[in-house]
Design a protein around this ligand. Structure first.
Ligand code: SF4
Ligand code: SF4
Length: 629
């Protein structure tokens, strides 16, 4: 009996391996629809570290899921490797059977934990085949355990043993089919193979060496105008979509989805899967884009927008990166949204709402609001703020950004200048030589507009002598610090929260000695300071440094909810059931502080714009200025 069972296992192993390879070849042919991409094969060597360390950081935010996955996946991989040795290579060693029994028990435990979680599945999880996957994994683990146990026990079990052997083989075949057929047919276990390859050939490989949140420039001279069809994506971007496990963490984090706008980032990724697989994968069994039908109609050869995807879905995105931050498979939703937008803007000229007006203003005036550049620093007329001349020198160059045209935000800018002067900081501005940084143009898909503004700003800044740039606008900060380098601009850029933190730490800001304690408040993390640039601590240290206790919102720091402005969403203004800033004001209200500190002109405008009773919105610099001696 043991002899024939061992050979049956060898046959089953090689049949599974052949099916897996055939499926992989079919899937690879789908990825090959995409453009070539420059990838390093060394990524394959880096895969274990990316899997065990980088992904684990994200998955471990849900400890129970992480434990279940480690047991089920770790046990499963060990079973496959041991089976390859013992049955694939026909070693038939008893000690390998013992190890197989142990690993099967571990996998069984992990699959059991997964199944228990599925019984109380949060609504963000997809159903369908995903719902039955833990049961199939249990079958596979139990089949492995029985088969290896029988082989180890030897032939003395007689007829009963033969019966168990048949049952074990059936279980292995049924459970193993999930993996062997999954990659080819687009079943859930597709994620195991695609996920590992995605880690090896990630479109942002630099992400594994540190923060990477900059959008990559298009080569406009070479005719790159964004993504219209599946074939316009790079092949490793198509691969990345197949890594999705439909966990819905992106869905749960997305402010646009919560507001009832027609965007569900999980569905967006599955739309891309459907587009590339030409509808050959099983039907999607998760939540739809709000207000839209769940089913997609895939018409080969057509543009993605208009067939698989509605344009409003793309324009609903605030580019807040909450989805990217939470995705356990490290999928980059924002890159996909912006690449698809680029086609709509650059090729079709279709930008909704006031988005096209904003882009026209940028073309005509170099400001988003259509203001003359000469009035950018009118708010500082009485502040003795030097306007730097070419050839002159300053230590700090202040870029006020587009908030300089907003009367409410001008109060914050005046407070900042007052504080810097009190601290003895040598600061100057560019005056009317300052243009918009290009953030809105880039996020709205106008890559040509962004590159024009960025190159003009880089050329302008080259005429002046300064040591550092400081700005209160996280979008200006992000563009200059992270996106200008690709176009040749290298600057030492600070967000004002960092400079204020630095000055307070050095006791350079003269504060009132006997100030009465200030009431606590909460802090709203700007996406482009926090998630984009890890700027979580500096603003909190500033508040602490001036004696204010911060009561964090439930959604704060890495999990902060966007104010709704980013990505040009304030201009495209896609309707939903609620407004994102209203939801953020609810988050603020829950803290009971009645006051919120902000560190971005756009967050200031969005939260100040909430209609009805709301918390006081106070800029970081204003709070420091209030404490000046
Ligand atoms: S970037 Fe933000 S708004 Fe856009 S899909 Fe992701 S979570 Fe939603
Ligand atoms: S894209 Fe990422 S976070 Fe969203 S469902 Fe897929 S795996 Fe989960």
């Amino acid at each position: 009996m043991s002899f024939s069972l061992a050979h049956a296992l060898t046959g089953l192993f090689w049949l599974g391996a052949l099916l897996l390879l055939g499926g992989l070849a079919r899937r690879a042919s789908l990825w090959q629809q995409g453009r070539s991409a420059s990838v390093s094969w060394l990524g394959l060597l880096a895969m274990p570290k990316r899997y065990f360390v980088d992904i684990h950081h994200v998955v471990a935010r849900e400890p129970a899921v992480a434990r279940a996955h480690v047991a089920a996946a770790g046990g499963g991989v060990a079973i496959l490797l041991l089976s390859a040795l013992n049955y694939g290579l026909m070693l038939y060693q008893g000690w390998l059977d013992v190890l197989l029994v142990l690993m099967a028990a571990v996998m069984l435990l992990g699959a059991r934990m997964m199944q228990a979680r599925r019984l109380q599945a949060p609504p963000r999880l997809s159903q369908g085949r995903w719902q039955v996957l833990p049961a199939r994994l249990r079958l596979f683990a139990l089949g492995s355990l029985l088969a290896a146990g029988l082989l180890f026990a030897g032939p003395q079990l007689g007829m009963a043993g033969q019966l168990i052997a048949v049952v074990a083989l059936l279980m292995l075949a049924l459970g193993g089919a999930e993996l062997a057929l999954g990659i080819g047919l687009g079943w859930p276990m597709k994620h195991a193979v695609a996920g590992l390859l995605h880690l090896a050939f990630h479109p942002r490989a630099e992400r594994f060496a540190g923060k990477s949140s900059d959008l990559k420039p298009l080569n406009l001279a070479a005719g790159e105008l964004g993504v219209a069809k599946v074939e316009d994506f790079a092949w490793n971007r198509l691969l990345s979509f197949d890594a999705c496990v439909q966990c819905g963490k992106c869905e749960a984090a997305c402010p646009a989805y919560a507001a009832g706008q027609p965007l569900n980032p999980k569905k967006l990724i599955q739309d891309m899967v459907a587009a590339q697989s030409r509808g050959s994968d099983p039907a999607y069994a998760g939540n739809p884009h709000p207000g839209r039908e769940a089913a997609v109609v895939v018409k080969p050869g057509e543009d993605i927008v208009g067939s698989v995807l509605a344009a409003e879905t793309l324009w609903s995105c605030t580019t807040c990166r909450a989805c990217v931050e939470n995705c356990p498979m490290l999928i980059e939703h924002v890159d996909t949204v912006v690449n698809l937008r680029r086609h709509l803007t650059l090729s079709r000229g279709e930008v909704p709402g006031k988005g096209s007006e904003a882009l026209a203003n940028l073309r005509n005036t170099d400001t988003v609001g259509g203001y003359p550049l000469a009035v950018r620093y009118h708010w500082a007329i009485d502040l003795d703020l030097p306007v730097l001349q070419p050839g002159e020198q300053t230590e700090w160059l202040l870029l006020a950004g587009e908030g300089a045209f907003d009367m409410r935000y001008q109060r914050a800018l005046r407070a900042l200048v007052k504080v810097l002067k009190a601290a003895g900081v040598k600061v100057a501005v560019l005056g009317e030589a300052e243009r918009d940084c290009g953030d809105v143009a880039r996020r709205l898909g106008d890559e040509a507009g962004f590159q024009r503004l960025a190159k003009a700003n880089i050329a302008t800044l080259a005429q002046y002598r300064f040591a550092h740039i400081v700005t209160p606008d996280p979008h200006v900060f992000h563009c200059l610090a992270n996106e200008y380098p690709a176009l040749g601009g290298q600057f030492d850029v600070w967000h004002h929260s960092k400079l204020l933190e630095h000055l307070l730490a050095r006791r350079a800001i003269p504060l009132k000695a006997d100030a009465t304690p200030l009431p606590p408040l909460t802090f709203h993390d700007p996406c482009y300071l926090g998630r984009y640039n890890d700027g979580f601590n500096a603003p909190r240290n500033v508040l602490k440094g001036i004696g204010i206790k911060v009561v964090d919102m439930q959604r704060s720091g890495r999990d902060a909810r966007c104010c709704g402005w980013g990505g040009g969403a304030a201009f495209t203004d896609i309707p939903g059931q609620r407004r994102i800033p209203d939801m953020r004001m609810d988050d603020i209200r829950e803290t009971g502080t009645g006051r919120v500190a902000v560190a971005c002109p756009n967050c200031t405008a969005m939260l100040e714009g909430v209609v009805g009773e709301r918390a006081d919105v106070i800029e970081l610099a204003e709070l420091v200025a209030e404490r000046l001696a």
